[in-house]
Design a protein around this ligand. Structure first.
Ligand SMILES: Nc1ncnc2c1ncn2[C@@H]1O[C@H](COP(=O)(O)OP(=O)(O)OP(=O)(O)O)[C@@H](O)[C@H]1O
Ligand SMILES: [Mg+2]
Length: 318
Protein backbone atom coordinates (compact mmCIF):
# COMPACT_ATOMS: atom_id res chain seq x y z
CA UNK A 1 0.00 0.00 0.00
CA UNK A 2 2.72 2.45 1.04
CA UNK A 3 4.68 1.83 -2.16
CA UNK A 4 1.60 2.38 -4.31
CA UNK A 5 0.70 5.55 -2.40
CA UNK A 6 4.22 6.97 -2.86
CA UNK A 7 4.05 6.17 -6.57
CA UNK A 8 0.66 7.87 -6.84
CA UNK A 9 1.87 10.97 -4.98
CA UNK A 10 4.97 11.18 -7.19
CA UNK A 11 2.91 11.04 -10.37
CA UNK A 12 0.41 13.54 -8.89
CA UNK A 13 3.12 16.00 -7.89
CA UNK A 14 4.99 15.65 -11.19
CA UNK A 15 1.84 16.28 -13.23
CA UNK A 16 0.93 19.29 -11.04
CA UNK A 17 4.42 20.80 -11.40
CA UNK A 18 4.54 20.26 -15.16
CA UNK A 19 1.00 21.63 -15.48
CA UNK A 20 1.86 24.74 -13.42
CA UNK A 21 5.08 25.40 -15.36
CA UNK A 22 3.32 25.12 -18.74
CA UNK A 23 0.48 27.26 -17.36
CA UNK A 24 2.75 30.15 -16.34
CA UNK A 25 4.82 29.94 -19.54
CA UNK A 26 1.74 29.92 -21.76
CA UNK A 27 0.14 32.88 -19.93
CA UNK A 28 3.36 34.89 -20.17
CA UNK A 29 3.77 34.07 -23.87
CA UNK A 30 0.17 35.10 -24.58
CA UNK A 31 0.61 38.40 -22.72
CA UNK A 32 3.93 39.15 -24.49
CA UNK A 33 2.44 38.29 -27.87
CA UNK A 34 -0.58 40.57 -27.27
CA UNK A 35 1.79 43.33 -26.01
CA UNK A 36 3.88 42.98 -29.18
CA UNK A 37 0.71 43.20 -31.34
CA UNK A 38 -0.42 46.27 -29.33
CA UNK A 39 2.96 48.00 -29.92
CA UNK A 40 2.64 47.22 -33.60
CA UNK A 41 -0.86 48.80 -33.33
CA UNK A 42 -2.38 45.62 -34.75
CA UNK A 43 -4.56 45.38 -31.66
CA UNK A 44 -5.59 47.79 -28.85
CA UNK A 45 -3.77 48.18 -25.50
CA UNK A 46 -6.97 46.96 -23.72
CA UNK A 47 -6.63 43.61 -25.48
CA UNK A 48 -3.66 42.81 -23.22
CA UNK A 49 -6.03 42.70 -20.21
CA UNK A 50 -8.67 40.70 -22.05
CA UNK A 51 -6.35 38.04 -23.45
CA UNK A 52 -4.58 37.93 -20.07
CA UNK A 53 -7.74 36.99 -18.19
CA UNK A 54 -9.00 34.71 -20.98
CA UNK A 55 -5.73 32.80 -21.18
CA UNK A 56 -5.65 32.50 -17.37
CA UNK A 57 -9.02 30.77 -17.49
CA UNK A 58 -8.09 28.44 -20.31
CA UNK A 59 -4.60 27.49 -19.07
CA UNK A 60 -5.65 27.07 -15.43
CA UNK A 61 -8.31 24.65 -16.60
CA UNK A 62 -5.83 22.72 -18.73
CA UNK A 63 -3.27 22.65 -15.91
CA UNK A 64 -5.81 20.94 -13.62
CA UNK A 65 -6.53 18.31 -16.21
CA UNK A 66 -3.37 16.29 -15.42
CA UNK A 67 -4.15 15.57 -11.75
CA UNK A 68 -7.82 14.92 -12.63
CA UNK A 69 -6.82 12.36 -15.26
CA UNK A 70 -4.57 10.70 -12.68
CA UNK A 71 -7.48 10.40 -10.27
CA UNK A 72 -9.66 8.87 -12.97
CA UNK A 73 -6.91 6.39 -13.88
CA UNK A 74 -6.45 5.58 -10.20
CA UNK A 75 -10.05 4.53 -9.60
CA UNK A 76 -10.45 2.53 -12.83
CA UNK A 77 -9.45 -0.76 -11.12
CA UNK A 78 -12.14 -0.13 -8.48
CA UNK A 79 -14.78 0.33 -11.16
CA UNK A 80 -13.66 -2.93 -12.79
CA UNK A 81 -14.04 -4.72 -9.47
CA UNK A 82 -17.53 -3.37 -8.81
CA UNK A 83 -18.57 -4.04 -12.35
CA UNK A 84 -17.71 -7.73 -11.90
CA UNK A 85 -19.55 -7.77 -8.60
CA UNK A 86 -22.63 -6.22 -10.24
CA UNK A 87 -22.49 -8.93 -12.91
CA UNK A 88 -22.46 -11.70 -10.34
CA UNK A 89 -25.43 -10.03 -8.62
CA UNK A 90 -27.33 -9.95 -11.86
CA UNK A 91 -27.22 -13.75 -11.95
CA UNK A 92 -29.28 -13.80 -8.75
CA UNK A 93 -32.81 -14.14 -10.02
CA UNK A 94 -35.71 -14.24 -7.60
CA UNK A 95 -36.23 -17.92 -8.43
CA UNK A 96 -32.82 -18.84 -6.99
CA UNK A 97 -33.94 -17.25 -3.75
CA UNK A 98 -37.34 -18.91 -3.84
CA UNK A 99 -35.88 -22.43 -3.94
CA UNK A 100 -33.63 -21.98 -0.94
CA UNK A 101 -36.20 -21.01 1.62
CA UNK A 102 -37.57 -24.34 2.83
CA UNK A 103 -34.75 -26.07 4.67
CA UNK A 104 -31.05 -26.59 5.18
CA UNK A 105 -29.58 -30.07 4.80
CA UNK A 106 -25.99 -30.65 5.87
CA UNK A 107 -24.51 -34.03 4.97
CA UNK A 108 -21.10 -35.35 6.01
CA UNK A 109 -19.72 -31.84 6.03
CA UNK A 110 -16.03 -31.44 6.89
CA UNK A 111 -13.48 -28.70 6.52
CA UNK A 112 -9.70 -28.53 6.55
CA UNK A 113 -7.41 -25.52 6.59
CA UNK A 114 -4.55 -26.90 4.51
CA UNK A 115 -4.04 -30.37 5.98
CA UNK A 116 -5.39 -29.39 9.41
CA UNK A 117 -8.89 -30.73 10.05
CA UNK A 118 -11.02 -27.94 11.48
CA UNK A 119 -14.43 -29.63 11.44
CA UNK A 120 -15.19 -33.33 11.97
CA UNK A 121 -17.90 -34.79 9.65
CA UNK A 122 -21.29 -33.49 10.69
CA UNK A 123 -24.82 -34.11 9.32
CA UNK A 124 -28.09 -32.46 10.29
CA UNK A 125 -31.29 -31.02 8.83
CA UNK A 126 -32.81 -27.69 9.77
CA UNK A 127 -36.43 -27.12 8.72
CA UNK A 128 -37.43 -23.44 8.39
CA UNK A 129 -38.25 -21.78 10.66
CA UNK A 130 -36.63 -23.37 13.70
CA UNK A 131 -34.12 -22.68 16.43
CA UNK A 132 -30.92 -24.72 16.55
CA UNK A 133 -28.12 -24.63 19.08
CA UNK A 134 -24.64 -25.74 18.06
CA UNK A 135 -22.49 -26.59 21.04
CA UNK A 136 -18.95 -27.82 21.51
CA UNK A 137 -15.64 -26.98 23.11
CA UNK A 138 -13.31 -24.28 21.90
CA UNK A 139 -11.67 -25.20 18.59
CA UNK A 140 -14.13 -27.92 17.45
CA UNK A 141 -15.06 -25.85 14.39
CA UNK A 142 -18.18 -23.96 15.42
CA UNK A 143 -17.12 -20.68 13.80
CA UNK A 144 -15.81 -22.64 10.82
CA UNK A 145 -19.25 -24.22 10.39
CA UNK A 146 -20.94 -20.81 10.51
CA UNK A 147 -18.44 -19.43 8.00
CA UNK A 148 -19.35 -22.28 5.64
CA UNK A 149 -23.08 -21.74 6.12
CA UNK A 150 -22.76 -18.00 5.51
CA UNK A 151 -21.14 -18.72 2.13
CA UNK A 152 -17.72 -17.40 3.10
CA UNK A 153 -15.83 -20.71 2.98
CA UNK A 154 -16.59 -22.53 -0.25
CA UNK A 155 -13.99 -25.30 -0.46
CA UNK A 156 -15.70 -27.61 2.01
CA UNK A 157 -16.11 -31.40 1.68
CA UNK A 158 -19.53 -33.04 1.85
CA UNK A 159 -22.71 -31.21 1.05
CA UNK A 160 -24.73 -28.26 2.28
CA UNK A 161 -28.08 -27.82 0.59
CA UNK A 162 -30.24 -24.75 0.94
CA UNK A 163 -33.55 -26.08 -0.37
CA UNK A 164 -32.62 -27.80 -3.61
CA UNK A 165 -29.36 -25.94 -4.23
CA UNK A 166 -25.80 -26.72 -3.19
CA UNK A 167 -24.54 -23.77 -1.19
CA UNK A 168 -21.21 -23.38 -2.95
CA UNK A 169 -22.95 -23.15 -6.30
CA UNK A 170 -25.17 -20.25 -5.22
CA UNK A 171 -23.96 -16.71 -5.91
CA UNK A 172 -22.75 -15.14 -2.68
CA UNK A 173 -25.29 -12.32 -3.04
CA UNK A 174 -28.19 -14.81 -2.97
CA UNK A 175 -26.84 -16.48 0.18
CA UNK A 176 -26.21 -13.13 1.82
CA UNK A 177 -29.73 -12.02 0.95
CA UNK A 178 -31.05 -14.83 3.16
CA UNK A 179 -28.38 -15.45 5.74
CA UNK A 180 -26.98 -13.06 8.30
CA UNK A 181 -23.85 -13.96 10.25
CA UNK A 182 -23.66 -12.17 13.58
CA UNK A 183 -20.08 -12.16 14.72
CA UNK A 184 -18.77 -12.56 18.26
CA UNK A 185 -18.07 -8.80 18.20
CA UNK A 186 -20.13 -7.16 15.46
CA UNK A 187 -18.54 -4.12 13.84
CA UNK A 188 -20.07 -0.79 14.81
CA UNK A 189 -19.21 2.31 12.76
CA UNK A 190 -18.49 5.65 14.44
CA UNK A 191 -21.57 7.06 12.74
CA UNK A 192 -25.16 7.61 13.78
CA UNK A 193 -27.24 4.71 15.03
CA UNK A 194 -29.42 5.18 11.96
CA UNK A 195 -26.40 4.68 9.67
CA UNK A 196 -25.27 1.65 11.67
CA UNK A 197 -28.61 0.04 10.86
CA UNK A 198 -29.22 1.21 7.29
CA UNK A 199 -25.54 1.05 6.23
CA UNK A 200 -26.43 3.62 3.58
CA UNK A 201 -29.49 1.79 2.22
CA UNK A 202 -32.93 3.36 2.27
CA UNK A 203 -35.21 2.40 5.15
CA UNK A 204 -38.04 4.39 6.71
CA UNK A 205 -37.83 5.45 10.34
CA UNK A 206 -40.83 3.23 10.98
CA UNK A 207 -38.97 0.15 9.73
CA UNK A 208 -35.88 1.07 11.74
CA UNK A 209 -37.84 1.47 14.98
CA UNK A 210 -39.62 -1.81 14.30
CA UNK A 211 -36.31 -3.65 13.91
CA UNK A 212 -34.99 -1.98 17.07
CA UNK A 213 -38.12 -3.02 18.97
CA UNK A 214 -37.75 -6.63 17.80
CA UNK A 215 -34.13 -6.58 18.99
CA UNK A 216 -35.14 -5.03 22.31
CA UNK A 217 -33.09 -1.88 21.73
CA UNK A 218 -35.89 0.61 21.08
CA UNK A 219 -36.19 1.73 24.71
CA UNK A 220 -32.44 2.24 24.99
CA UNK A 221 -32.23 4.28 21.77
CA UNK A 222 -35.33 6.31 22.63
CA UNK A 223 -33.68 7.77 25.74
CA UNK A 224 -30.46 8.78 23.94
CA UNK A 225 -30.09 12.57 23.34
CA UNK A 226 -30.46 12.50 19.56
CA UNK A 227 -32.17 9.08 19.35
CA UNK A 228 -31.48 7.59 15.91
CA UNK A 229 -29.09 10.42 15.11
CA UNK A 230 -26.89 9.78 18.14
CA UNK A 231 -23.31 8.85 17.24
CA UNK A 232 -22.45 5.28 18.22
CA UNK A 233 -18.96 6.39 19.30
CA UNK A 234 -15.61 4.97 18.35
CA UNK A 235 -15.84 1.17 18.07
CA UNK A 236 -19.48 1.44 19.21
CA UNK A 237 -18.51 2.63 22.69
CA UNK A 238 -22.11 3.62 23.34
CA UNK A 239 -23.10 -0.03 23.18
CA UNK A 240 -22.26 -2.93 25.45
CA UNK A 241 -21.29 -6.30 23.98
CA UNK A 242 -24.84 -7.61 24.22
CA UNK A 243 -26.29 -4.46 22.73
CA UNK A 244 -23.84 -4.68 19.84
CA UNK A 245 -25.03 -8.18 19.06
CA UNK A 246 -28.62 -6.97 19.27
CA UNK A 247 -27.78 -4.04 16.97
CA UNK A 248 -26.41 -6.56 14.47
CA UNK A 249 -29.62 -8.56 14.93
CA UNK A 250 -31.62 -5.40 14.11
CA UNK A 251 -29.51 -4.94 10.92
CA UNK A 252 -30.57 -8.40 9.80
CA UNK A 253 -34.23 -8.02 10.75
CA UNK A 254 -34.38 -4.69 8.91
CA UNK A 255 -33.26 -6.54 5.79
CA UNK A 256 -35.69 -9.34 6.33
CA UNK A 257 -33.01 -12.03 6.64
CA UNK A 258 -34.66 -15.37 7.31
CA UNK A 259 -31.63 -17.27 8.62
CA UNK A 260 -29.53 -15.89 11.42
CA UNK A 261 -26.17 -17.43 12.30
CA UNK A 262 -25.10 -16.18 15.69
CA UNK A 263 -21.61 -16.80 17.03
CA UNK A 264 -21.53 -16.35 20.73
CA UNK A 265 -18.14 -18.06 20.86
CA UNK A 266 -16.01 -16.93 23.76
CA UNK A 267 -18.24 -13.90 23.96
CA UNK A 268 -17.40 -11.49 26.73
CA UNK A 269 -21.06 -11.11 27.62
CA UNK A 270 -22.00 -11.62 31.22
CA UNK A 271 -24.61 -14.25 31.96
CA UNK A 272 -27.55 -11.85 32.20
CA UNK A 273 -26.88 -10.08 28.88
CA UNK A 274 -26.12 -13.40 27.17
CA UNK A 275 -29.51 -14.78 28.26
CA UNK A 276 -31.06 -11.49 27.14
CA UNK A 277 -29.64 -11.82 23.60
CA UNK A 278 -30.78 -15.45 23.43
CA UNK A 279 -34.23 -14.50 24.65
CA UNK A 280 -34.51 -11.95 21.91
CA UNK A 281 -33.88 -14.24 18.96
CA UNK A 282 -35.69 -17.22 20.48
CA UNK A 283 -38.87 -15.15 20.53
CA UNK A 284 -38.76 -14.27 16.82
CA UNK A 285 -41.24 -16.73 15.30
CA UNK A 286 -40.48 -16.50 11.57
CA UNK A 287 -36.69 -16.59 11.53
CA UNK A 288 -34.41 -19.61 11.66
CA UNK A 289 -31.54 -19.28 14.08
CA UNK A 290 -28.36 -21.35 14.30
CA UNK A 291 -26.79 -20.34 17.56
CA UNK A 292 -23.24 -21.29 18.43
CA UNK A 293 -22.21 -21.48 22.07
CA UNK A 294 -19.84 -23.28 24.42
CA UNK A 295 -22.60 -24.04 26.80
CA UNK A 296 -26.34 -23.67 26.81
CA UNK A 297 -28.03 -21.85 29.62
CA UNK A 298 -30.52 -24.28 31.25
CA UNK A 299 -33.15 -21.48 31.19
CA UNK A 300 -33.24 -21.56 27.40
CA UNK A 301 -32.31 -25.18 26.61
CA UNK A 302 -35.89 -26.34 26.05
CA UNK A 303 -36.68 -23.48 23.72
CA UNK A 304 -34.35 -24.86 21.05
CA UNK A 305 -35.87 -27.31 18.55
CA UNK A 306 -32.56 -29.08 18.05
CA UNK A 307 -29.17 -29.20 19.73
CA UNK A 308 -26.16 -30.22 17.65
CA UNK A 309 -23.04 -31.31 19.50
CA UNK A 310 -19.77 -30.90 17.60
CA UNK A 311 -16.78 -33.09 18.45
CA UNK A 312 -13.11 -32.40 18.05
CA UNK A 313 -11.77 -33.62 14.68
CA UNK A 314 -8.78 -35.16 16.52
CA UNK A 315 -10.88 -37.51 18.69
CA UNK A 316 -12.89 -38.52 15.59
CA UNK A 317 -9.80 -39.68 13.75
CA UNK A 318 -8.72 -42.01 16.54
N1 LIG B 1 -8.11 -19.18 9.26
C1 LIG B 1 -7.67 -20.31 9.82
N2 LIG B 1 -6.55 -20.90 9.38
C2 LIG B 1 -6.11 -22.05 9.93
N3 LIG B 1 -6.73 -22.69 10.92
C3 LIG B 1 -7.84 -22.15 11.41
C4 LIG B 1 -8.38 -20.93 10.90
N4 LIG B 1 -9.51 -20.63 11.58
C5 LIG B 1 -9.67 -21.61 12.47
N5 LIG B 1 -8.67 -22.53 12.39
C6 LIG B 1 -8.55 -23.75 13.17
O1 LIG B 1 -9.70 -24.53 12.96
C7 LIG B 1 -10.14 -25.13 14.17
C8 LIG B 1 -11.57 -24.74 14.43
O2 LIG B 1 -11.65 -23.35 14.66
P1 LIG B 1 -12.98 -22.58 14.98
O3 LIG B 1 -12.65 -21.13 15.07
O4 LIG B 1 -14.01 -22.97 13.99
O5 LIG B 1 -13.37 -23.14 16.41
P2 LIG B 1 -14.54 -22.74 17.38
O6 LIG B 1 -15.27 -23.98 17.70
O7 LIG B 1 -15.31 -21.61 16.79
O8 LIG B 1 -13.74 -22.23 18.67
P3 LIG B 1 -14.19 -21.12 19.75
O9 LIG B 1 -15.25 -21.75 20.59
O10 LIG B 1 -12.93 -20.90 20.54
O11 LIG B 1 -14.64 -19.90 19.02
C9 LIG B 1 -9.19 -24.66 15.25
O12 LIG B 1 -8.26 -25.69 15.47
C10 LIG B 1 -8.53 -23.46 14.66
O13 LIG B 1 -7.21 -23.34 15.14
MG1 LIG C 1 -15.51 -19.54 17.34
Amino acid sequence: MARVRIYQNTIDTASSVIGAALNVTSQLLTTFLTGYLAIQRITSIGAIMTTGSLSANVYNGLANLGPELNTIRGVTPLFKKYHLDALSRRTDPVEATATITNNLVVHQLTYAYGNKMALAPVSFTVPFPSKVAIVGDSGVGKSTLLNILSGKLKNYQGSVRLGTQELKQLPLAVVQGQVLYIDQLPYIFNETIRYNLTLGDNFSDGAIWHALAESNLADYVRQLPARLDTLAGEKGRLFSGGQRQRLALARGLLRNRKILLIDEGTSSLNRASAIDVEDQFLSLPSVTVLFVTHQLHPENRDRFDQIIQLHSPDTQQQ
